[in-house]
Design a protein around this ligand. Structure first.
Ligand code: ARG
Ligand code: ZN
Length: 855
């Protein structure tokens, strides 16, 4: 059944307090719930409809202590309905008791078991698998929770109010929707610290892990403290409970969850040591700890009215965690990384059958909408808003937002209204960014007249957005275009200025320029659009050398590489200008090593395929792979000595620290290694794998060796060393199919999948192998369809066990319409095979039918 935004209706009952009492037994947990309810409008009697999954076994039910007449109670597929006739016209208490089986719960939604501990995941609609409840975000209540269990550590939301042998009580004074409920019971140990808030409240901080893991949680704790401080300083947001608990669990469908006062994390986003985690892992831990913490205000204190508004909390919280990381590390590097990720995941989504707006207006399964569009495009939209209203306007609007909506379940309309009221700006047109899908194409044409107005440059922009499923027409959007001008001698003649485009086509003049400047456009990636312009390689190389905006500078190099790769993949020549320009850039020691690393890393095969397709051509995965190999080898040959020098000089001596400086040097060093590896027979990688004291360099070296077919010894060593460490073993499973030469990757992936330690029901392990394989573009898109079949088989195996993961994985197929007829036929056959699976979940069915519909 499809849910529509337009059908929103407030819940007809008010819920003031929720009391829960859990008796935790792995296969027979009892949950008693006492709900304090009142009809919203006593004059209009309504049935009480409670959500409740098929796994709930109803043991007892009373209304004001009385059993209702059974004729007034009906159990439907996923609901329990108590007829209006059985309900008082004023406040009443509903008591239920259910029995559930967490031990048999493989979906990792609701209450489940992971490594012997009980834990929960309720967003979006998991709470209904714990008890009968109005499981929707606009129904908010305070919670009192009693947990009875033989486990040592018993946690829930809010503050601890009672503790006895085998029992704990928690009270959360902040009204919250059910999706923010959490419970954990396990034999855990903690690392602890504290934080004193700006108003002087001392908060106990605990990170709970399994015994043995406590020496790998320090970085997460430091990140939490930095996040709490930052949110006070930058947003004036203070924490509001006496304790803040984080728990790491091995079986988790997503990254982490912002449950009030009790964040639950995928262990890979908490646990790190130099021997086991890479620089990228550390950066992600810091970012996700911050993200979940920031949700306390943007998500929890102000939540969403309904799930269509998901980007209200997610887009804003991603935007905030991006700001945080920019402040903690390098802002330009973070921006470039974010744009790369946006293009790789969100542009791809926006251009295919799964395209949807940041605020969708219908869905079948909400879990299918935790997407790059809702999260990352949602964050970009806020970045544009901030650009348009300015920093002061943004700060004013946010203050008003927190002030006006604290305690509310809000909407995108509320959010925009706050900006309108705070800044006086009309945002009617801006709203299109929230409600329209698709990435605008923005074309820029330059016109120069030396004789007019002391030298006039006219920039004419044209915007166009292609139709997306269900949205044929795309009205013009407001696009903030950041532009700067560079004079012929390389000096900036016009610093960054925001052009506000509102029309389908619009021109902007710059006068009194004297000589014709070079345009630096879409600086800092000021809008999530695809910019095209007529520009030659020499001008790109000029911008790569002289642009003062780091993003635009990187972009110039990226475009040089990209046009070369597209050309090479079409059997045309290309790349000489890029090879020359990149040599100059990486030799420039005044440039940040991390920035140079970003410039040196070529776009991946998938990104090249996306570009080829956007030019109206059909991507050939094998030709793209070969083109990329060819260009990389040429860079290595041409700059052999320079790269070797960089490789040596960027070695970091002394103890490992996962900070920006150290990771920057390692990033440049391993970028150089990746190129040198193509001409040194794997010699450097061999040495580095054996000597590096950190996982960043060891994994890079391992990937290099695998690429050359020389990985066996190193893989055996790593396995020997870390077979008991799940997180390292996940890397071991993913690097093999990902780095393998495409023609051997399917066989490698099949062998790995047959191993007894391929614990495929663990989401991290499953993603490591299946996702790792699919990241090998030419292997996944193998002409004979073997890659499609491998992935489809595993989706079908996963679906009955964990539909969320199966559905999520199925989106690997979303690019299928762009390939040649032979591949399309094979991919479509794989999708149809999935669609025909007996008992296919609603999650996966929705995904595959949207993708098949594009055929
Ligand atoms: N709110 C969480 C976060 O972004 C994501 C949880 C989503 N879980 C899910 N099963 N859809 O931080
Ligand atoms: Zn989030």
């Amino acid at each position: 059944i499809v849910q529509y935004l337009a059908d929103y209706r407030p819940y007809p009952f008010l819920l003031s307090e929720t009391r829960l009492d859990f008796t935790l037994i792995p296969d027979a947990t009892r949950v008693k719930a006492v709900l304090s309810l009142a009809p919203r409008d006593p004059d209009t009697p309504e049935d009480l409809v409670l959500d409740g999954g098929a796994g709930l076994k109803l043991i007892a039910l009373t209304v004001n202590g009385q059993k209702p007449d059974p004729a007034h109670v009906s159990r439907e597929e996923e609901r329990l309905v108590i007829a209006a006739a059985a309900l008082p016209r004023s406040a009443f208490t509903l008591e239920t008791e259910v029995q559930i089986d967490p031990a048999a719960n493989t979906t990792f939604e609701g209450l489940y078991m992971s490594g012997g501990m009980f834990c929960t995941q309720c967003e979006a609609e998991g709470f209904r698998h714990i008890t009968f409840y109005p499981d929707r975000p606009d129904v908010m209540a305070t919670f009192r929770v009693t947990i009875r269990s033989d486990r040592k550590v018993l946690l829930s939301n809010g503050n601890p109010v009672g503790q006895a042998q085998g029992m704990a009580e928690w009270h959360d004074p902040w009204p919250k929707p059910s999706y923010l409920f959490a419970l954990v019971a396990g034999d855990l140990v903690s690392i602890s610290d504290s934080f004193t808030t700006m108003s002087g409240r001392k908060v106990d901080l605990n990170i709970w892990v399994r015994p043995g893991d406590q020496d790998r949680a320090d970085y997460a704790m430091e990140s939490l403290i930095r996040s709490m401080k930052w949110d006070e300083e930058v947003y004036g947001r203070e924490y509001d409970l006496d304790v803040f608990n984080i728990v790491a669990v091995d079986d988790f469908n997503m990254g982490a969850m912002e449950n009030k006062g009790l964040n639950i994390f995928n262990s890979k986003l908490v646990l790190a040591s130099p021997e086991t985690a890479t620089d990228t892992d550390y950066e992600r831990i810091e970012g996700v700890i911050a993200h979940e913490y920031f949700h306390n205000w943007t998500g929890n204190r102000i939540t969403c009215r309904d799930w269509f508004q998901l980007c209200l909390k997610e887009g804003l919280t991603v935007f905030r965690d991006q700001q945080f990381t920019s402040d903690m590390r390098s802002a330009p590097v973070k921006r470039i990384e974010d744009v790369q990720a946006l293009r790789a995941r969100q542009f791809r989504e926006d251009a295919g059958p799964l395209a949807h707006p940041p605020r969708p207006d219908h869905y079948e399964e909400i879990n299918n909408f935790y997407t790059a569009t809702v999260y990352e495009k949602g964050a970009e939209v806020i970045g544009m808003l901030k650009r348009l209203v300015g920093d002061a306007g943004y700060a004013k609007a946010l203050d008003l937002y927190f002030d006006r909506h604290d305690g509310d379940a809000a909407t995108i309309e509320d959010w925009l209204q706050v900006f309108e009221d705070a800044t006086g700006r009309d945002l009617a047109q801006f709203k299109r960014w929230y409600v329209d899908a698709g990435t605008p194409h923005l074309d820029m044409v330059e016109q120069w007249s030396a004789d007019d107005a002391g030298g006039r440059l006219t920039l004419t922009f044209t915007q166009e957005t292609a139709p997306t499923p269900g949205q044929p027409d795309k009205p013009a959007r407001v696009i903030p275009i950041a532009v700067g001008l560079i004079g012929p001698n390389g000096d900036e003649v016009l610093p960054t200025r925001i052009l506000e485009m509102t029309q389908p086509q619009q021109s902007f003049d710059f006068e009194g320029l004297g000589a014709r400047p070079v345009v630096s456009a879409l600086r800092d990636f000021s809008a999530p659009v695809i910019l095209t312009r007529r520009i030659d390689d020499a001008t790109r190389a000029f911008l790569l050398a002289h642009d003062t905006d780091p993003f635009a500078r990187w972009e110039a190099g990226r475009e040089l590489a990209m046009t070369a790769l597209v050309s090479l993949s079409q059997g045309q020549p290309g790349g000489d200008d890029y090879v020359t320009a990149i040599g100059e850039l990486i030799a420039d020691d005044s440039a940040d090593p991390a920035f140079r690393a970003l410039c040196l890393n070529l776009p991946g095969d998938e990104e090249i395929a996306t570009r080829v397709f956007s030019l109206g051509l059909t991507p050939d995965p094998d030709a793209i792979h070969a083109a990329r190999q060819d260009l990389a080898r040429r860079i290595a040959q041409t700059h052999q000595d320079l790269l070797a020098r960089i490789y040596d000089r960027m070695q970091v001596t002394g103890p490992y620290a996962p900070d920006a400086e150290g990771s920057a040097r390692r990033a440049l060093r391993i970028a150089a290694l990746g190129l040198l590896n193509r001409i040194d027979g794997g010699q450097r990688a061999q040495v580095l794998f054996g000597t590096a004291g950190n996982m960043t360099e060891r994994m890079a070296a391992l990937a290099c060796l695998i690429r050359l077919g020389l990985g066996d010894d190193a893989l055996a060593i790593l396995h020997q060393e870390f077979q008991d460490n799940r997180l390292v073993m996940d890397k071991w499973f993913s690097v093999q199919p990902m780095a393998a030469p495409p023609d051997s990757a399917v066989a490698i992936a099949r062998d790995l999948a047959a191993r007894p330690d391929f614990e495929w029901k663990n989401p991290n392990r499953f993603r490591a192998l299946i996702g790792g394989f699919a990241a090998n573009h030419a292997a996944f898109h193998a002409k004979d369809g073997a890659g499609y079949d491998f992935v489809a088989d595993w989706i079908m195996r996963m679906d009955p066990v964990n539909p969320q993961i199966a559905a999520r994985m199925s989106s690997l197929f979303e690019t299928w319409p762009r390939y040649d007829a032979a591949r399309r036929e094979k991919a479509l056959a794989a999708l149809e095979r999935i669609a025909a699976l007996d008992g296919l979940s609603r999650n996966t069915r929705e995904m595959v039918s949207r993708m098949i519909a594009a055929g």
